[in-house]
Write a protein that binds this ligand. Sequence first.
Ligand SMILES: Nc1nc2c(ncn2[C@@H]2O[C@H](COP(=O)(O)OP(=O)(O)OP(=O)(O)O)[C@@H](O)[C@H]2O)c(=O)[nH]1
Ligand SMILES: [Mg+2]
Length: 465
Amino acid sequence: MSQMQREQLKVAQEKAVLVAVQFPRAVIDLEDRLEELQALARTAGAEVVGLLSQKRGKPVGRTFLGKGKVEELGHLAEMTKATLVIFDHDLTPAQIRNLEGVLSIKVIDRSELILDIFARRATTHAAKLQVEIAQLEYTYPRLRAMWDHLGQVTGGAPVGIGTRGPGEQQLEIDRRLVQKRLSKLQKELDGIHARKEREVLRRNEDHYTVGLVGYTNAGKSSIFNALTTGGAFAHDKLFATLSTRVERWQLSDGNNVLLSDTVGFIRDLPHHLVASFRSTLEETVRCQLLLVVVDVADTTAHEQFEAVLQTLDDIGATKQPRQLVLNKIDRLGHADEMLLWLREHPDAIPVSAENGEGLDRLAEIVRTHSIGSELDLELTMASSDSKAVMFLERRTPVQDRRYGDGTVTMRTTLGARQAQQLLSLSQGVRVGEMPLSELMDTLWPAVAISTDTCRIPVAVRWTAP
Ligand SMILES: Nc1nc2c(ncn2[C@@H]2O[C@H](COP(=O)(O)OP(=O)(O)OP(=O)(O)O)[C@@H](O)[C@H]2O)c(=O)[nH]1
Ligand SMILES: [Mg+2]
């Protein structure tokens, strides 16, 4: 079934004419729309042979474009020997049917194109499941509508309509079978989802988790590779990454966090795709800190940033603090663009995954988030308490050690989150005569410790008397 679905949508090796329409109040220029559509089409493996654009008040019901424009599209397709037309808009099944009737070549919309890319790139079991569900939900109803039409034009056996043409066998597929398939896939995906959720919960208890999010091609995987031992697939194609990868990010002071890289966002992401990719996004959405990566060298960087914020809201990633990361600064010709960003977002960190610029500063900010508000403290524990001793030696800047009767007292700087980690390793750490566990709320205000409500931690420095 999944093979069949993929074939129906195949865009690879087709010669495509791209169509974009500018409606009033559109936030993105026609040129930028077409450029992104070209990148999507190429990513899907099509050869772009022609572009057609138009500015108009609203779409025409039957064919989306006006009659004259449809004719123009027909000529363009003929001249360029195109085998496929891709619209930068979602079309209704009826519009697709009408357009294909007039043009006599395959027509697909932006969502179908994105689904095709996802289908080609999905490698993990979960990703394949998710794509198939989205295809069954989005594409299947459209194919049914078309089959009736194609059946009429070709006398029952639609041929010569390229890969969208369903073969006879496919015509026989019963809607009920598809429903059955859908519920089987959904059940399997729910199982994966539940397992993921448990994994994420456990991970967040043991580690501080940081997620990279951003528009597709912003450079998330490149940053991920620059900061960890790598292994993420980074490529100048849209949707290079389709599953989530988690690696340890070793910060310079001995602390480490878990960094995750995930699928990129795009404006007007097909609704079904967002829904079915929830389990992939879940790992990132539940991270304790989100690094929102923007490709500042892209002409539509601001619109991309808006689309990312919108998607984060849509998927419910609203609780954790966000850190804006301005990537690809090596590609900026002049500083103006960056200054604009910094004026609006003074806390943003400019970086280049390509040459490493700014990554140290990013690490420093993440460190501040991950260890929480810092306090200078004198901590006493049994010198045989190796877990606590090792933790403090490795993770904190111990300034001096005094040994007493089977005890050691260390002067060091400890963050709120580190204190929690320390407590999970040992209950025998004291501040003076008081157990550290009883002083937590007094030393660090509860708000700085809770992962949900944590905002940028205040750099508290307080020396125990
Ligand atoms: N010049 C320059 N190119 C970069 C930088 N960061 C990433 N790139 C390039 O941008 C392209 C996309 O990078 P990726 O890391 O795959 O982007 P992504 O955000 O993971 O993309 P998806 O997985 O598709 O969402 C690749 O060709 C990278 O080499 C940078 O700082 N400077
Ligand atoms: Mg990626």
